[in-house]
Design a protein around this ligand. Structure first.
Ligand SMILES: C[S@@+](CC[C@H](N)C(=O)[O-])C[C@H]1O[C@@H](n2cnc3c(N)ncnc32)[C@H](O)[C@@H]1O
Length: 237
């Protein structure tokens, strides 16, 4: 393992705002912060927004700057990546930012029923040929349905037409309500939304910058799961 990665792992351990549940914790009733993120981690009750597969946490940090009255938590399995966001949050003194190093598959072990207000999926892996693993597959929608409050929102920002179209198919199949959709964020969507929404949608992640430099088009979807009946694969612990 590179020296840089080791140094980042070590620094993560010293950050009070980066947590990593052990396998034993996850398997024995769930993470201690489950249901207690407001009181025990952020030290205040406020709407909780997750960025799943956050990488360097650009949305977590960017949204936290824009909305100091909400709590933001970036989730990723790669500690060396989320270190970037954790470091920035510390340098800027952002008290409404945290990072959780774990597999997205463990969301039910980490969040209680209706504990979450919004979920951002930023440039998630489109999992070509493995639809079940996509972060908008019914397997994951079932989980999000359990942890989201009624009316809770899911945001998908992606360069992948496959993931965008697949998510639209799920929305249609399950009769979900779409709050916003655009196959072209910068040319089509930004000119017609409020300045606040422009600021939100203009946050650029590491991967987004890369794809924009390659000339790719960015897609966006915002929907809720209120009408989602699920496919009943998994129940909260
Ligand atoms: C393509 S990157 C996007 C990162 C970041 N959102 C961005 O836009 O720059 C996908 C990220 O999802 C994370 N990831 C993929 N599968 C995951 C899983 N099952 N649990 C947690 N993180 C996962 C990867 O570690 C990676 O950081």
């Amino acid at each position: 393992m590179g020296k840089n990665k080791l140094a980042r792992f070590a620094e993560n351990l010293g950050f009070g705002h980066v947590v990593q549940p052990s396998f034993a914790e996850l398997m024995n009733g769930g993470f201690a912060l489950r249901g207690r993120w407001g009181v025990d981690f952020f030290k205040r009750e406020a709407p909780l927004v997750l960025e799943l597969g956050c990488g360097g946490g650009e949305y977590t940090v960017g949204l936290a700057r824009l909305f100091p009255q909400r709590n933001f938590l970036g989730v990723d399995i790669k500690g060396a990546r989320l270190w970037r966001g954790a470091r920035t949050a510390k340098e800027e003194g952002l008290m409404n930012v945290g990072f959780l190093r774990t597999h997205v598959d463990h969301v039910l072990k980490c969040f209680a029923a209706q504990e979450v207000d919004e979920i951002w999926l930023t440039f998630s892996d489109p999992q070509i040929g493995k639809a079940r693993k996509r972060l908008t597959s019914p397997l994951f929608l079932d989980r999000y349905k359990q942890i989201l409050k009624p009316g809770g929102l899911i945001h998908l920002k992606t360069d992948s037409p496959v993931l965008y179209e697949y998510t639209l198919e799920q929305i249609e199949a399950h009769g979900l309500r779409v709050h916003e959709r655009s196959a072209e964020v910068y040319a089509e969507l930004l000119p017609r939304v409020s300045p606040e929404e422009q600021a939100v949608l203009s946050i650029r992640t590491y991967y987004e910058r890369m794809w924009l430099a390659e000339g790719r088009t960015i897609h966006y979807l915002r929907f809720d799961l209120d009408e989602y009946k699920g496919h009943g694969q998994e129940a909260a612990a």
